[in-house]
Design a protein around this ligand. Structure first.
Ligand SMILES: NC(=O)c1ccc[n+]([C@@H]2O[C@H](COP(=O)([O-])OP(=O)(O)OC[C@H]3O[C@@H](n4cnc5c(N)ncnc54)[C@H](OP(=O)(O)O)[C@@H]3O)[C@@H](O)[C@H]2O)c1
Length: 238
């Protein structure tokens, strides 16, 4: 049986992806801070979900968790980092910026590194990061979030490069969603995808071991436009 580990599986993309993986025969370790939500997911298929209540910003506990899972599962085929936060911060209040940096940058780096080194040790594995279309340019409303997603994209590409040159079979996939109707998406915005549709596309990209994938596919077009748009125009919209 294949084993998967998902960070941020209490809701949204992580929760939906866990469901697809279990349906496809994986045993899935689901993590996050909200214990009750994790237990409710496990109830739907107790044999194939393992619950670990875990805050990714507690860096020591990340190492402890990996050690415990190595002992319990022996190998992990797929690790997904879907945990993420990011609120608008018009006044640049530090208290609002800090959790975004701690979760999306510091914790992400810690988990990416632990995952990569585990894969190197066991000789194979697939790391998936959920970054964002927000990674491409800045945004005056949510600066830390957009910058943190740019960090994730570059870090994931570095790991992809390392994986390509490694003797171990290590794959790295960077998933870049547009708007998906989870609790993270604010308000009613254009091209909002259902979580189900978006996550199906994410799983297809994972199965194809893609280097990166915009979700849904139409966001490929937005990515191109964002790249070529001059800042003198962009600041009026973003
Ligand atoms: N929805 C969108 O439109 C969209 C667009 C682009 C990118 N994304 C990215 O997609 C990823 C998933 O977000 P989502 O849309 O599925 O939203 P979501 O439903 O709010 O999911 C966020 C997940 O992150 C977890 N999380 C947050 N802080 C954590 C912490 N300190 N420790 C452990 N887990 C933590 C949450 O679990 P707990 O609160 O239980 O800990 C939750 O499971 C995020 O990285 C987000 O940036 C989303």
């Amino acid at each position: 049986m294949r084993n998967a580990l998902i960070f941020g599986a209490t809701s949204g993309i992580g929760k939906e992806l866990a469901k697809l993986l279990v349906e496809d025969g994986y045993k899935v370790v689901i993590t996050g801070r909200r214990e009750q939500l994790l237990n409710e997911i496990r109830e739907t298929n107790p044999a194939n979900y393992i619950v670990k209540v875990h805050d990714v910003t507690n860096l020591d506990s990340c190492e402890t968790l990996f050690e415990a899972l190595k002992t319990a599962l022996k190998t992990i085929d797929l690790i997904v980092f879907s945990s993420g936060v990011g609120d608008p911060n018009y006044k640049l209040e530090w208290e609002k910026e800090l959790p975004t940096l701690q979760t999306n940058i510091i914790a992400a780096t810690k988990i990416y590194g632990l995952a990569y080194n585990l894969f190197r040790e066991q000789g194979f594995g697939h790391l998936v990061g959920i970054s964002s279309i927000a990674s491409i340019r800045g945004n005056r409303h949510v600066p830390a979030y957009f910058a943190s997603k740019a960090f994730q994209v570059n870090y994931l590409e570095s790991l992809w490069m390392k994986g390509k040159r490694s003797k171990a079979k290590i794959y790295v996939t960077d998933i870049r969603p547009g708007f998906i109707d989870t609790s993270m998406a604010i308000g009613n915005t254009f091209w909002m995808s259902t979580t189900e549709k978006a996550t199906k596309q994410i799983y297809t990209a994972i199965k194809k071991k893609k280097k990166k994938a915009y979700i849904t596919k139409r966001w490929n077009l937005v990515a191109i436009l964002l790249r070529i748009a001059p800042s003198s125009l962009l600041y009026k919209f973003l």
